[in-house]
Each structure stands twice: as C-alpha cells, then as structure tokens.
Design a protein around this ligand. Structure first.
Ligand code: ZN
Length: 507
C-alpha cells in the first residue's frame, strides 16, 4: 500500500489507504470499460484473471488487520462533532470494512472470476436464444450470492443483504409494499391509456436515421446538458454504461446506435450523460473517499432519469431542441411537427425489452425482476424454471409473451454479473427523481422556460448544490427528506405520469 502517510495521525493514514483502494478500483473500472468497448474476444480469459486479481487485492487491502486497527484508532482519535467530512468518511469506511471483513478473499475472487465467465456465456446464450448455455453459471452465481448474504447477515431475508450493497438501508420490507402499490396504479393507468381512442404514432422513430448524424447529435446533447469532455469520453458499447476511472476527472459513458431506431442512442445518451454529470459533480477534493462518492445506485439513477425523462421526454425541451434535430435529419423529419415528435417519444406500449420501455411500463419490468430474484435467492424458484416463470410474469404484468428467451429472461446483463439486488434501484431512481424534479420546479423560477431556451444550467446547478456536492454525507432517505422536505413517496411520480400521459392520450 504505497502512499499511506506515516504522519498526520490515524485518520489521515486511514484516508490515504482508502484513496489507494480507490485508485486500484479505478484501474479495475478501466479494465472493465476496455472489456466492453475495445477488448478483442481473445482477451477474455486473461481479463477475467486480471479482474479477479484486482478485486481480490482491493478486498484484502480493506480487510487486512492493520486497516481495521487504523479505523479503530481514527475513531478514538477525537470527537467528530461538527466535522461532517470526518463523520461521513468514518461512518462509510466502517460500513464498507464491516461488510467486506465478513467475506473471505477466495469468495470475492470466485465471484469476480465466475462473473467474467458468466458474462461471456450470457452473450453467447442470448445470441442463440439458448438459456441452457447460461443456466449453470447463473446457478453458480446464485449460490455465491447466497453465501454472501449469509456471511454479511440480514434481519429480514437474505435478499436484504444483497439490496444493501447497492442501496444502503433498503429492505424488502420497505420496497415490496411500495412496489405493490406502484404496480396496481401503473396497471390501472395503462388500462385507461389502452382504451383511449387516440394513440400516438411512434413509427416515425423507426425511419432511417444515419448513424454518423446520430453520433453528432449525441455529442451535441452531451454538451447541451453540461458534460465536460475535458474530463470525460463518449464511446460505443453493446450495453450503454457510465464509469468513473479517476473520480470526476475521468468519467466515461457509452451509447449505442441503431439506424432504424433513434430512441436507442437519443435516450441512451441522455440517460448516461445524467449519470456522468453526477460523477463530474462530486467534490474533487474528496476523490477516492466516501465524501467524494455517490450516495447509492438509486440516487444515481434519479440523476440519469431526470435528464432522460423529466427533461429529455418533456415538451419544453423539444420545443427548444426540435429545430436542431430536424436540421440534422431534414429529409427524415420534414413532415413531422414537434407535437407529433413529442407524442411519438411518449407512446406507452407494453413491450418485451426493459431498456426500450416507456416511462410508465418500465417499472413493471423492474417489479418482475424483483419478484423473480427474491424467489431465486430464497430458493423458491429453480434456475431451470426461470424462462417459464419469466414469461408467466410478463403475461400477468404487461400482457405480452416474449417470442424467445433472448427477448425474455436473457435480455439483461445484470444477472451475469451476479448483480442480484441491483434492479430495484432503477425504480427507486424513478421515484427519487420525480420527487427531486417536482422540487426543482418549485425552486427554480420558470424552469420550463429555461429548458425551452436550451439553458440546462440552472437545473444542473440545482442538482450540484442539492445532491452532487454532498458525496455520501447523507444517506438516500436523508437526502430525499432534506431536499424535498418529505420522505420518499409514490405521489410525485404517479402525479407526473398521470398528468403527462392523460395529455398525450387526450384523456
Ligand atoms: Zn442508469
């Protein structure tokens, strides 16, 4: 562990070591970014080994006795009263240490290695729509994750321990009733929209939009929202994602281009830029320490959904931006008005693929995965029965049956990464985001007018002031309460979708 200062007391030494772990994690992120964007297929085996080695090292540095002793000494060193930075750093480093110390290095390495192989098997399985090729590794990952849950501990059920890794403090006891209520309200609104006489025509989005022009559009949108290309990159990958390799100074996002489906790059870019803006807005002086980290995946997702949906699928945004879009694709959009375009990007239609789902039905996809994951971890659902269980839930929730497993249970990458407990953060992000955005509209004078004028700065500044700059100072539930004056509730999201889609569907 280079760089650990021998001076400055236990707390400073602890921070130096934490920063070293952050640097190592940055290298791990870079290897993962490379695997998704440019690694040749032959690099898979050595890459899996490299990632397992680094995961193991980062884990060892965090759980080594000396780290635990420094943590103890730093806690005894003095009162943390009145020093929120120190309080936050100690609280969150302790939390990380307590969790990791219960996991043997061999288990951590096994998960990293199995995940890298499972990722590959999943790609193959999906390409051939052959669940059997993925099933054995999925079963192994479930076993490994159950072991993690047992070792980390939980008060409710094993799934809580997995959830807590991505959304600290979240539990099934809180999420399950919230999701059940959301499910009912969503299906009720969906039925009303399906019965509406007028339906938006979304077919214009499947016209031929030349990919090089889409690339120009993506870059322009990233700049419009405030992404800093001096501190970041935009690349292409099969599955869009954002990663931070050197705190806010090297933030990379990816997007993907389909000539005959504009929303893929358009909303993929707006979404990932939302994540990237959060990373670029974290306080640079706290790089690689909890005060410089994002709160949780749910809060992260609230940022991406804000720019993708509350801004990027709004009427004011396109009233301002549509002339530019039509200027880029004059022959494709010459006969389409801004109103038609706005309606097209807000068409609600149950579909197979989560990442292409509209704002309303999206959460039903998450409810489905949440229910299946819980059952898998509890052992109430066997891996070989996943395809059938998936299709049955698709019928129950969305009224559609996937034609094959590639468009069904094999569509998402998360299970191949062992990411059970990850999916609920998507819906939590939608709910947090709606609550934050409603507050931003109250706080920022004429926010709609500013967005219509192409000025995204006031909203970005509001997010930076209220959320980004605090790092992990507040937990998710605290930041929601602090920013909006209320605990998390379904109300802002349900009000938003009801009002918006009633207008789009002329109800
Ligand atoms: Zn996201």
């Amino acid at each position: 562990m280079s760089g650990a200062s021998q001076n400055g007391g236990a707390y400073q030494q602890l921070l130096a070591r934490t920063r070293d772990i952050g640097r190592l994690r940055g290298a791990e992120e870079l290897l993962q970014w490379d695997q998704e964007t440019c690694m040749p297929p032959g690099g898979l085996t050595p890459r899996a080994e490299q990632l397992a080695l680094i995961s193991g090292l980062a884990h060892e540095w965090l759980v080594v006795d000396e780290f635990g002793r420094l943590l103890e000494a730093a806690r005894r060193e003095g009162s943390t009263d009145g020093d929120p930075v120190r309080t936050t750093n100690l609280r969150e480093i302790q939390r990380l240490h307590d969790r990791e110390v219960r996991l043997p290095t061999a288990l951590v390495k096994d998960i990293a290695h199995t995940s890298a192989l499972a990722r590959h098997a999943w790609v193959e399985a999906r390409a051939h729509s052959d669940f059997a090729r993925f099933a054995p590794l999925l079963a192994r990952l479930i076993e490994l994750r159950r072991e993690v849950a047992e070792r980390v501990g939980f008060t409710g059920e094993p799934y809580d321990a997995l959830l807590d890794e991505f959304e600290p403090g979240a539990t099934v006891a809180v999420i399950a009733p919230l999701f059940a209520e959301l499910r009912e309200a969503t299906i009720a609104l969906l039925r009303r929209l399906q019965a509406a006489p007028a339906k938006p025509d979304a077919s214009i989005l499947t016209r031929a939009f030349p990919v090089p022009v889409q690339q120009t559009l993506s870059r322009q949108l990233a700049e419009l929202l405030g992404f800093d290309f001096e501190r970041g990159r935009m690349d292409v990958s099969a599955h869009p994602f954002t990663t931070s390799i050197g705190g806010g100074r090297d933030v990379r996002f990816t997007t993907r281009y389909l000539e005959d489906f504009l929303p893929s790059s358009l909303f993929g870019t707006l979404h990932e830029v939302g994540h990237a803006l959060y990373e670029q807005g974290l306080p640079p002086e706290h790089i690689h320490t909890p005060m410089g980290w994002s709160v949780s995946l749910g809060i992260h997702e609230s940022q991406s959904r804000t720019w993708e949906n509350f801004v990027g699928r709004s009427r004011p945004f396109w009233e301002g931006c549509y002339p530019r879009l039509r200027g880029l694709f004059p022959s494709v959009l010459h006969d389409i008005s801004v109103g038609n375009f706005y309606n097209a990007i807000n068409a609600v239609r149950p579909s197979f693929i989560r990442v292409e789902a509209d704002e309303l039905t999206y959460n039903l996809h998450i409810v489905l995965r949440f229910e299946l994951e819980r059952a898998l971890i509890l052992g109430k659902l066997n891996v070989q029965d996943v395809p059938e269980a998936w299709n049955e839930k698709m019928r129950d929730l969305l009224g559609v049956t996937p034609p094959n497993d590639a468009q069904g249970c094999l569509q998402d990458v998360h299970w191949s990464m062992g990411g059970f407990g990850y999916f609920p953060t998507y819906t939590l992000g939608n709910l947090y985001g709606a609550q934050f955005f409603a507050q931003a509209q109250r706080d920022i004078p004429d926010l709609d007018g500013r967005i219509r004028a192409g000025n995204c700065r006031p909203l970005l500044d509001w997010l930076r002031t209220n959320i980004h700059q605090h790092g992990q100072r507040y937990r998710a539930h605290e930041i929601v309460q602090r920013v909006t004056g209320k605990p998390l509730s379904l109300e802002p999201f349900l009000e938003y979708v009801t009002e918006k889609f009633a207008a789009v569907y002329g109800l």
